[in-house]
Design a protein around this ligand. Structure first.
Ligand code: SF4
Length: 351
């Protein structure tokens, strides 16, 4: 039977989803074309210190703590508000609980290179562009659509930029050739993202992410090839991944993989994260629920004292594993608007 055909308003234009459905997996994941005219988000729009680019909206990796669910919700809600999605279609593109669709309805910015071409005219020399701030640029969709690779190819024509990429996927090693080319005339930093070296724990928290060992092997492959790459440990989860033994194992694994730097940050419990993460927390760590509820009751960021204690702990481990100052804590991808912090309850989990 023919499917009802919804229309969706992308950032700048209307797209018929009948033409826009690019592929569908057995698991039910659907890939939908999105054609925004602009793909580089300026610092003024995001409150971050850099320009950002995300070739996909939604991510099949399905991390419970992912803060990017709101971006997907925003795209879908705008389409619904504009009358481009019926209530039934809206329900499908939102999912029963508001978070599933992020993992199963992936928007693919097919015309990303054309839009990037135009956007680059606005970017000043020396600017920082970070790819993968909201969704993973090397998520499974990238194997098929190769948008991130196309973006890198375009960026190799630039010079004097500072380019960062954040990913959990070993697929980034596929683009080693381009990364090497890119860093000839630009400053490049690759941030392999890993919150734990424990594969069992990772699977509890991240539905379909690549196993830790695969990420570490990709990191080693990049570094061995000469790419400037390190590890980002974010978010550190209070009471779950923040103990010294746990972090020590992670920093040691990063060092063994040749990481040029390692940095870490505590969980931010944004409203869009809260529903999904607290559910997973309840499934696997129910005893922590009251502590999280109290600690994150008044603000989205971790309590200030906790964040400071965590930073001291990470610094100690960087020193222990000989991450030098230049290779070490690079906290450039921090939002310039820091959330208000006042709750100090989680400090008990740190010395
Ligand atoms: S890999 Fe990144 S974007 Fe994808 S679900 Fe996990 S945290 Fe979100």
């Amino acid at each position: 039977m023919a499917e009802q055909i919804p229309l969706i308003q992308s950032d700048r234009q209307t797209v018929r989803l009948s033409d826009a459905i690019l592929d569908e997996r057995l698991r039910g994941t659907r890939f939908v074309s999105l054609t925004p005219k602009r793909v580089l988000n300026p610092p003024s729009a995001t409150g971050m210190d850099y320009w950002s680019l995300n070739p996909y909206v939604g991510c099949e990796f399905g991390c419970s703590y992912c803060y990017a669910r709101y971006t997907h919700r925003y795209v879908v809600e705008r389409a619904h508000d504009a009358g481009k999605l019926t209530d039934a279609e809206f329900a499908d593109y939102r999912g029963a609980h508001g978070w599933e669709a992020f993992e199963r309805r992936i928007f693919v910015k097919e015309q990303v290179v054309g839009a990037l071409d135009a956007d680059l005219r606005r970017v000043p020399l020396g600017a920082c562009i970070v790819i993968g701030t909201a969704t993973d640029p090397y998520q499974p969709a990238e194997r098929q659509f190769r948008l991130t690779r196309a973006v890198l190819q375009r960026l190799t024509r630039c010079e004097g930029l500072s380019i960062g990429i954040i990913t959990k996927s070993p697929l980034i090693a596929r683009d080693c050739d381009l990364l090497l080319k890119l860093q000839i005339r630009n400053d490049v930093q690759i941030h392999l993202s890993l919150i734990t070296a424990d594969a069992t724990l990772a699977r509890k928290l991240e539905a379909r992410s690549p196993v830790p060992g695969a990420r570490l092997r990709a990191l080693k492959k990049l570094v061995d090839a000469g790419v400037n790459a390190g590890l980002i440990v974010a978010p550190v989860l209070p009471g779950i991944t923040d103990d010294m033994e746990h972090l020590d194992a992670l920093v040691a694994a990063a060092k063994a993989a040749g990481a040029r730097f390692i940095h870490a940050g505590a969980l931010r419990l944004y409203p869009a994260v809260r529903d999904r993460f607290m559910q997973v927390l309840g499934e696997h760590f129910p005893e922590l629920i009251p502590r999280y509820e109290k600690a994150y009751a008044k603000q989205m960021g971790a309590p200030r004292e906790y964040a400071q204690a965590l930073a001291r702990r990470v610094k100690k481990l960087q020193h222990k594993h000989r991450f030098t100052k230049n290779e070490g804590m690079i906290d450039r991808y921090k939002p310039s608007r820091v959330p208000t912090q006042g709750e100090l309850e989680l400090r008990g989990s740190l010395p």
